[in-house]
Design a protein around this ligand. Structure first.
Ligand SMILES: Nc1ncnc2c1ncn2[C@@H]1O[C@H](COP(=O)(O)OP(=O)(O)OP(=O)(O)O)[C@@H](O)[C@H]1O
Length: 626
């Protein structure tokens, strides 16, 4: 019998594919089952237009048989089969997809679609088999043919016997080597788990003989091994079911089965899109933060199915970083089974799906915020930080999408509020959205810098997260209201009240302040009268873009950029301490030097900044005690 060569380019492709395309050998079974399912689909199509052909669903199935003795694995289907020409054209040439050609001829009629669009799937069998034998009888043909190949060397085709229409593919499973074991592909339980993992939602039954333990007849404690045929796949996936048929428990069960998380989902989103792009998705907003969520190890992504067949565990292109907490799956008929990661990134359909999903997630979060505030707050405690990262990242490109989902703790409400809530209750004379930064709510509440703003009756937002100030800097304003730190140079309040007095005082005490500034030799850029302090003698404020909180965060980073905030030491001229300062200035410069050092260090402590020399500081305190 003549042995035919694979076409030249096919030969190289075959070698490449066997060795590189699939890192997981187990997926050969997914490929062969998908082909079998396609072949049954093709009969189904034909039956739609051919009155002589009746499609009785019960007659169509896929059967997997493992024979350990002979080391063979068989995949049998009752699909459309292949004639001599088909075997030659479809299995002799790689990268020419027979399914694709068929699909073009028979434009999808009722959603029964064909998975394969890319012809390399069948050859994945050579990853686990030395010899692949295909016995097939095509619909409407009297002769059956046997195609056989040992891989790159080529293939033979000869007539053979086969009663029924369909295809039987027999793989002679490779012997184990030192590095690889192939025995697993002959184990029923392993095979079943591979089928469950990738092909659970193939819409025809996948049958397999399974051995189970059963009670012996007439006995109530003796068991025996019984072999019986089982349907391994569940066929109809939950995402193809009607939303009205499903309960909250069903979605929770699916979340647990899929191991999306150990918690309960806070909310699910079930999408059935049939607009510009057709897909189904079930997405979840988890309740609690995965332990590695805010670490480099965390991998975002959704499971991706092409027409019911799993093609990727974590498709990261489906989720923007700021919604990386979302778990779930997407199934689309518009994607091809063998699409590679690189190709996926450029896939137009996938981009459309990703865009669509993003707006659904946003919509869901907005309605959670509006209608189920408590749940939203729970969500926000877990993942609010990620949203703020989202505002900050990519030069603020996503701020418009995310700003209405942000929340901060309010000095007035004593709970989280949205920016919209803040702005909508701002008094008319209030120019800015005020905020104060610090380690904790308790600490911020005691910050001297907040005195004037809170005295004025204005609401303050408390920033306790590292990212808060950075995100707000990127946001710049909300509904045309600028953000203002209570520590910033100009609060927009002081001038109107103390304007004239302030400039008089400035002249009065300038010499004293200049002296103090010199004493602090470069640690502050200015010493000045405070217009924000009421009861405290001293505080630090900043000028320019970098605030003290930002300085702390930036300097804690691994590649320590050593950024410095431009600090200003503010003195409360209405405080008794100020009188001591002016007296010392006139009479005792040494005392003034001591007071200056003390006040500066106090201001650092209030800010939560380290004192350069704590021993000197305590010695200074002792000096004024004796
Ligand atoms: N069990 C089968 N029954 C009928 N035809 C088959 C079967 N298996 C393969 N074929 C034919 O062989 C062709 C090549 O299969 P192969 O798996 O290599 O590519 P594909 O199914 O077209 O695309 P994909 O790579 O996406 O699976 C198929 O298109 C189909 O025409």
């Amino acid at each position: 019998m003549e042995k035919k060569q694979f076409q030249a380019e096919s030969k190289r492709l075959l070698e490449m594919m066997i060795n590189s395309i699939y890192t997981q050998k187990e997926i050969f079974l997914r490929e062969l089952i998908s082909n079998a399912s396609d072949a049954i689909d093709k009969i189904y199509y034909k039956a739609l237009t051919d009155a002589n052909l009746v499609f009785d669903k019960d007659n169509y199935y896929i059967r997997i048989t493992a024979d350990k003795q002979n080391r063979t694995l068989t995949i049998q289907d009752t699909g459309i089969g292949m004639n001599h020409e088909d075997l030659e054209n479809h299995l002799g040439v790689i990268a020419k997809s027979g399914s694709l050609a068929f699909k073009k001829e028979n434009e999808a009629k009722d959603g029964h679609n064909i998975i394969g669009q890319f012809g390399v799937g069948f050859y994945s069998a050579f990853m686990v088999a030395d010899v692949v034998t295909v016995v097939s009888k095509a619909l409407g043909s009297d002769t059956a043919y046997k195609w056989e190949s040992t891989g790159a060397e080529g293939y033979t085709i000869e007539p053979c016997e086969k009663d029924s229409v369909g295809t039987v593919i027999t793989l002679k499973i490779k012997e184990n080597t030192e590095d690889e074991s192939y025995d697993e592909f002959l184990e029923e339980y392993r095979l079943r788990s591979i089928i469950k993992k990738y092909s659970d939602f193939i819409r025809y039954p996948i049958k397999m003989d399974m051995v189970t333990k059963k009670l012996k007849e007439g006995s109530d404690n003796e068991f025996e091994d019984v072999q019986e045929e089982q349907v391994v796949n569940s066929m109809v996936p939950i995402w193809r079911k009607n939303k009205s048929e499903l309960t909250a428990e069903d979605y929770e069960k699916f979340y647990n089965e899929k191991h999306y998380g150990f918690d309960k989902p806070l909310k699910h989103i079930h999408i059935s899109a049939d607009g510009a792009v057709v897909y189904q998705a079930i997405l979840y907003i988890p309740e609690s933060v995965p332990f590695d969520y805010y670490s480099k190890e965390f991998e975002k992504g959704l499971e991706l199915y092409a027409n019911g067949v799993l093609i990727m565990n974590k498709c990261s292109d489906l989720l923007p970083d700021y919604f990386s907490f979302v778990k779930g799956m997407v199934d689309s008929e518009s994607l091809s089974l063998n699409i590679s990661r690189e190709m996926l990134q450029h896939d137009r359909q996938l981009k459309l799906i990703a865009k669509n999903i993003e707006s659904k997630i946003k919509g869901q979060l907005q309605s959670l915020l509006k209608d189920e505030r408590e749940k939203y707050e729970k969500f926000y405690q877990s993942f609010g930080r990620q949203l703020k990262f989202g505002v900050y990242s990519d030069y603020g490109m996503h701020k418009a999408t995310l700003q209405d989902l942000l929340m901060f703790y309010s000095s007035k409400e004593k709970k989280l509020v949205t920016l919209d809530e803040y702005v909508s209750r701002m008094p008319e004379d209030q120019k800015y959205i005020y905020y104060a930064s610090g380690e904790s709510i308790e600490r911020i509440e005691k910050l001297p810098q907040t005195e004037l703003v809170t005295d004025k009756g204005y609401e303050l937002l408390y920033f306790t997260d590292d990212i808060d100030e950075f995100a707000i800097k990127m946001l710049m304003n909300y509904k045309e209201k600028e953000f203002k730190s209570v520590s910033s140079g100009d609060l927009g309040i002081e001038a109107e009240e103390n304007g004239d007095k302030a400039s008089d005082d400035k002249n009065d005490h300038q010499a004293l302040f200049d002296y103090m500034k010199d004493q602090l030799s470069g640690k502050v850029s200015k010493v000045r009268i405070s217009k924000r302090l009421k009861t405290h003698p001293v505080c630090l404020t900043t000028e320019g873009d970098v605030t003290i909180e930002m300085e702390k965060i930036l300097n804690a980073m691994p590649n320590n950029p050593n950024v410095k905030a431009e600090k200003v030491l503010e003195i409360n001229v209405n405080h008794d301490v100020f009188r001591s300062l002016t007296e010392a200035y006139e009479k005792d410069k040494e005392k003034l030097n001591l007071y200056t050092a003390l006040l500066y260090n106090q201001a650092l402590l209030i800010e939560g900044l380290p004192i350069q020399d704590p021993v000197e500081f305590t010695n200074d305190i002792c000096k004024i005690m004796v």
